[in-house]
Ligand binder design. Structure first.
Ligand code: IPM
Ligand code: MN
Length: 369
């Protein structure tokens, strides 16, 4: 009997529904081709529902989503809603309540896609960022006191416990194994590394020179966990230097592991180097629970309803979802189709400049599956 996956679909705000429609088109085509089923249920959580009802998210939202195999999310963010309400009330709340403690963000330049990095091509820009996704500054520990007075103080702390750091770091080493155990070793390895049996690399991105408490914990944990993975080479970069190397020598990276806020920042930079928000996908992962896959760009409200937004990030997020559900063949087929159409069809990744409409891009991916 073939499997049927239950997917909760949260199209969200702005252009979210348009890109998710294309993602679902591709998922359904892949399901047919590879012999599995997809059963979807849509939820209207987002800005419009909030404006109409005053309610950001139903109280039982997380419990509801736990009944599904995965969550497929469009975008959260509405121009008429004050920044922070929907982001914290929906996106961050679901990440926390579903304990999606990893945000996995591939930085991969597809063929034919223009990168602002001069002289760099697809063979140079191909790594993943493992962003810790539920801790650090995002826990919101802190407060504001004497607000409005000249003595006002505000505190927001970077909080990590050993368990949170360890599980993120371990996930990163497992990713490095996954990337290279059936594929050739990572191309950045030296002959000596290869002779030593190394197959991949994990780089810790931190700030041990200033955040001497939190990154002391990260650094010690990182090197302790690394001992369990003798095939994986280790590296360390301060976050500011990471930004520099991501631009200057992206080929130096294989897997980067970092804290929540640094991961947030460096993955926007990474997305730009891979051709922009139209192509960058990510997964909020709970390896033991329900994970949520999303294009990492926002809701791009100014393009809503115009049929010009690029759906490839959402389509790639769908491919990541299939990989995590165990349908790796279907996932790879989608990835290959995306790479084919970026290489042979699309003029640009930017909204309105693709040479095709949003739904035509979805059709192209389906045709080339
Ligand atoms: C992201 C976004 C979110 C984050 C915002 C919308 C809360 O920027 O997914 O990277 O900071 O994590
Ligand atoms: Mn972000």
């Amino acid at each position: 009997m073939s499997k049927t996956y239950k997917i909760a679909v949260l199209p969200g705000d702005g252009t979210g529904p348009e890109v998710i429609a294309e993602g679902l088109k591709v998922l359904n085509a892949a399901a047919k081709k590879f012999g599995f089923g997809v059963e979807t249920k849509e939820f209207d959580w987002g800005g419009d529902r909030y404006l109409a009802t005053g309610n950001v998210l139903p109280d039982d939202a997380a419990e509801t989503l736990k009944q599904f195999d995965a969550v497929y999310l469009g975008a959260i963010g509405h121009p008429k809603v004050k920044p922070g309400i929907l982001e914290k009330g929906i996106l961050l709340k679901l990440r926390f309540d579903l304990d999606q403690y990893i945000n996995l963000r591939p930085v991969k330049l597809y063929p034919g896609v223009e990168t602002p990095l001069a002289g760099k091509g697809p063979e140079d820009i191909d790594y993943v960022v493992v962003r810790e996704n539920t801790g650090g500054i995002y826990t919101g520990i802190g407060g504001i006191s004497m607000k409005g007075s000249k003595d006002e103080v505000a505190v927001q702390s970077m909080v990590y416990n050993r368990m949170q750091v360890e599980r993120a770091v371990r996930f990163a080493f497992e990713q490095a194994l996954k990337r290279h155990s059936s594929e050739p070793p990572w191309k950045g390895l030296s002959n000596k590394d290869l002779a030593d049996g190394k197959i991949g690399q994990v780089t810790l991105c931190g700030k041990t020179n200033v955040l001497t408490f939190v990154f002391d914990l990260w650094e010690r944990t990182f090197y302790e966990v690394a001992k369990e993975y003798p095939q994986i080479k280790t590296g360390y970069c301060h976050v500011d230097a990471t930004c520099m190397w991501m631009v200057k020598n992206p080929e130096w990276f294989d897997v980067i592991v970092t804290c929540n806020i640094f991961g947030d920042i460096i993955t926007d930079l990474g997305a730009m180097t891979q051709g922009g928000m139209g192509i960058a996908a990510g997964g909020n992962i709970n390896p033991q629970g329900v994970s949520m896959f999303e294009p990492i760009g926002g809701s791009a409200p100014k393009y809503t309803g115009m049929g010009v937004i690029n759906p490839l990030a959402a389509i790639s997020a769908g491919a990541m979802m299939l990989d995590f559900l165990g349908e790796s063949e279907a996932s790879e087929a989608i990835e290959k189709s995306v790479a084919f159409i970026t290489g042979h069809k699309l003029k640009s990744m930017a909204a309105g400049k693709m040479g095709y409409s949003t739904s035509e891009v979805g059709d192209l991916v389906v045709e080339n599956l």
